[in-house]
Design a binder for this molecule. Structure first.
Ligand code: IPE
Ligand code: IPE
Ligand code: MG
Length: 230
């Protein structure tokens, strides 16, 4: 059976720094170029009929980087939030953010809320930005709330109810720039995702590469622990 276009694609947008280094430019130049790639890939995903796009933009571990890089990433995200509303409205994109609020500036949190509210009625693709996100923090936060609320009958659905959002699990997880690891992304949700890794750095990723990833996904034999009879 040929698999269709995935409903939900998740992307670890990695390699901005290496891309910039290869051009003798500062790492922040790579992050700016990465934001442009995100715009293009969001458009392509929308046109292909993907319903949810989750992208890893800043991890709970990325605070370890030099202050000037962290500041630049915060500034870049704030600029994106301020400037992107028109385009997202025009493209009917619903914008949401998943991650911990602690550590993120009030100004940035306000801009996130504004854009989430402005786009909440949109019915096209959902863009979920994982920002100050960690798969472990998400599970710790969920467990804390489960205990606080005195939940008794704990099932997989109980855990899912307390995750940052309620999107279906991604069928396809893409990582750019070659590292063969998860780096604390969506630990719960990717239990059965198909993984596609490309050496291309995120700023060079494009629609042709996206189609290659989807074609690879379409050739997979998804068994979910069972046996497929062909
Ligand atoms: C991904 O690119 C973007 C973020 C983690 C914010 P990197 O900045 O990790 O780029 P490399 O991996 O150092 O090349
Ligand atoms: C993962 O990339 C996080 C994001 C893309 C935001 P990293 O560059 O932080 O991951 P490691 O350090 O190579 O595992
Ligand atoms: Mg990296």
């Amino acid at each position: 059976m040929t698999l269709l276009v995935p409903k939900h694609i998740a992307i670890i947008m990695d390699g901005n720094g290496r891309w910039a280094k290869s051009k003798n430019m500062p790492r922040t130049y790579g992050h700016k170029a990465g934001a442009d790639t995100l715009r293009k890939i969001l458009t392509s995903c929308g046109e292909l009929g993907v319903e949810y796009l989750t992208v890893y933009a800043f991890s709970t571990e990325n605070w370890k980087r030099a202050k000037e890089e962290v500041d630049a990433l915060m500034f870049l995200f704030k600029t994106y939030l301020k400037n992107e509303k028109k385009v997202l409205m025009k493209k009917n994109v619903k914008f949401i953010v998943s991650g911990r609020k602690e550590g993120v500036s009030v100004g940035l949190l306000n801009e996130i809320k504004k854009l989430e509210d402005a786009t909440s009625g949109n019915t096209g693709i959902t863009l979920n930005i994982a920002f100050n996100y960690g798969g472990r923090s998400e599970l710790v936060d969920a467990i804390k709330k489960i205990v606080e609320n005195g939940e008794k009958d704990i099932t997989e659905s109980t855990v899912e109810k307390y995750l940052y959002n309620h999107l279906p699990d991604p069928e396809l997880l893409i990582r750019t720039s070659g590292e063969i690891r998860i780096s604390n992304f969506l630990l719960w949700q990717i239990a059965y995702s198909e993984i596609y890794i490309t050496d291309t750095h995120w700023p060079d990723f494009n629609e042709a590469e996206l189609l290659k990833a989807i074609e690879s996904y379409q050739k997979r034999d998804r068994r979910f622990g069972g046996v497929n009879v062909k």
